[in-house]
Design a protein around this ligand. Structure first.
Ligand SMILES: *Cc1c(COP(=O)(O)O)cnc(C)c1O
Length: 514
């Protein structure tokens, strides 16, 4: 189906000679621009200031965002981002520092990073940290490179394999492969936990070629791994190290510490757990935390106290230190410093109240789960962490309805859809994560919409197939949208060309199945 422009776009309202600004007369001599740098036609729309403002404000309203409505996108932790974080990140003292300034001139920023390092170590129960990685995936990459380098440093060159459960986020196997190691996939059991027998068997078979294991707690199925202590022990017993994917720390912080569960290294997703805006792909921050054993291998440099405070100087002097056997630098300059400021602000506002964040996130998820599980099939019927998975289909009652139809229909009710088709091991998966920042009234509205959609699925399935009906853009052909990406605003006649019958007919189905 094509995208129908709702309003004339800025090119259509363009009138030759119309402008939004009047330029002052130049106060320097005018010169000719060399002919080879000059273009006769720029093709820019000519509009008044008001027309330009309305154009962009309208475009901004086409999108759903957390500031507009509920956004239960599982795995992504789309919680409300307190505006105080933004105010703090924009303080000129933080916003205007230059990454090449000498440390003596940016002591405030270094102190902030140092405190954030301390807090993140405290919350995770680890002894060392680097704030450098720019995303969760890069934090994973850092952690796995550290594990690899640790073994090599021990003179142990045989360890080339990483155990990864089949419920893992796709970044886990991707990280392993990018680090030059090999993935051994472990199946899940019927409760959604790692299959312990399969794990023990893998440990026996691969023994001294196991570099470690990556595991997400609670897992991407939303459940807390019941045998986590046994798993940690089994892998340690064969000489492997334990990596925890900390993307789900929103279900643990203030309540349990991965360092105390026996893990060796973990990453955080500051943009998820510590509330920095990340819809639309960034920026992110994925600090990596670890125990003493792996500390020398951290990416660097990291912020360190270079001179302690004493009776004469009241504040310590902060500077940069490279961990002794570092895997090296992973990111230009100091990582995404703006994210560090936001995370600092968030943790400073909550203090020990971060445990409430976890408790409410878990409560909210379990509330929705309990009210939907009679209507939607729940593959793992047990208490969840901060998110849970449902199956978005009723093969008997409403054949032909898929998770995608449910998600698209939710948009008509004003909600961002949950994550679809992930985790991969659940058919027609809908991964729902309400987060702690929603009220009971909002959760009830979402539940009502989900129950209504289940009724519609039986009574008016075609209406679901054609959803969404109320959004500026109706259902799009996602395969073609990705393959024939149109990134810039185009005049109407061009938009029509793209969706002309010739382009629209045959290929769509073909590409979906290929
Ligand atoms: C989000 C997520 C990641 C990847 O984090 P990015 O910051 O998007 O790179 C890894 N693992 C899990 C479980 C996640 O939810």
């Amino acid at each position: 189906m094509s995208v129908e422009p709702l309003e004339p776009l800025i090119y259509e309202i363009s009138k030759p000679g119309r402008t939004g600004v009047t330029m002052p007369d130049p106060d320097v001599p005018t010169t000719e621009i060399p002919a080879n740098l000059r273009r006769e036609e720029l093709g820019l729309p000519e509009v008044s200031e008001m027309e330009a403002v309305r154009h962009f404000v309208k475009l901004s309203q086409f999108n759903h965002g957390i500031d507009i409505g509920f956004y239960p996108l599982g795995s992504c932790t789309m919680k409300y981002n307190p505006k105080i974080n933004e105010a703090v990140a924009r303080l000129p003292g933080f916003a205007h520092v230059h990454p090449l300034q000498p440390p003596e001139t940016v002591q405030g920023s270094l102190a902030l990073m140092y405190m954030l390092q301390q807090w993140l170590m405290e919350i995770s129960g680890f002894q060392a940290i680097s704030l450098q990685p720019a995303a969760g995936a890069q934090g994973e990459f850092a952690g796995i490179l550290m594990i690899r380098k640790y073994h090599l440093d021990q003179g142990d060159e045989k360890r080339t394999k990483i155990l990864v459960p089949d419920s893992a986020h796709g970044t886990n196997p991707a990280t392993t492969t990018m680090a030059g190691l090999e993935v051994i996939e472990l199946p899940s059991d019927d409760k959604g936990d790692v299959d312990l027998d399969a794990l023990k068997k893998a440990c026996e078979t691969h023994g001294d070629s196991i570099a470690g294991m990556m595991i997400t707690v609670p897992s991407t199925l939303g459940v807390f791994e019941e045998h986590i202590l046994e798993i940690v022990e089994a892998v340690h017993n064969v000489g492997g190290l334990m990596y925890m994917d900390g993307a789900n720390m929103n279900a643990l912080m203030g309540v349990a510490k991965p360092g105390e569960l026996g893990f060796d290294v973990m990453h955080y997703n500051l943009h998820k757990t510590f509330s920095t805006p990340h819809g639309g792909g960034g920026p992110g921050s994925g600090p990596v935390v670890c125990n003493e054993k792996l500390a020398p291998f951290l990416p660097g440099p990291v912020v360190a106290v270079v001179e302690e405070a004493d009776d004469d100087v009241e504040a310590p002097l902060y500077g940069w230190a490279m961990p002794e056997k570092s895997i090296g630098r992973l990111k230009a300059f100091q990582g995404n410093f703006g994210m560090h400021v936001r995370a600092y602000s968030y943790i400073a506002m909550y203090g020990t109240g971060v445990a409430d964040v976890t408790n409410y996130a878990v409560l909210n998820a379990n509330y929705i789960r309990a009210r939907l599980k009679e209507t939607y099939h729940e593959p793992y019927d047990r208490a969840c962490g901060h998110e849970f998975v449902l199956e978005g289909h009723w093969p008997q009652k409403a054949p032909g309805i898929h998770a995608l139809d449910i998600s698209k229909r939710l948009m008509d009710y004003g909600f961002h859809p949950p994550t679809n088709y992930f985790p991969l091991i659940v058919p027609e998966a809908l991964l729902i994560e309400p987060t702690e920042t929603e009220s009971k009234e909002m959760l009830d509205q979402f539940i009502d919409a989900m129950l209504k959609i289940a009724e519609e699925a039986e009574k008016t399935p075609d209406m679901l197939h054609e959803a969404p009906h109320n959004t500026p853009v109706r259902r799009v052909d996602e395969v073609r949208a990705a393959k024939e990406l149109v990134l810039c605003c185009q005049p109407l006649h061009l938009t029509e060309d793209v969706s002309s019958s010739e382009a629209n007919d045959a290929p769509a189905k073909e590409t979906v199945t290929s």
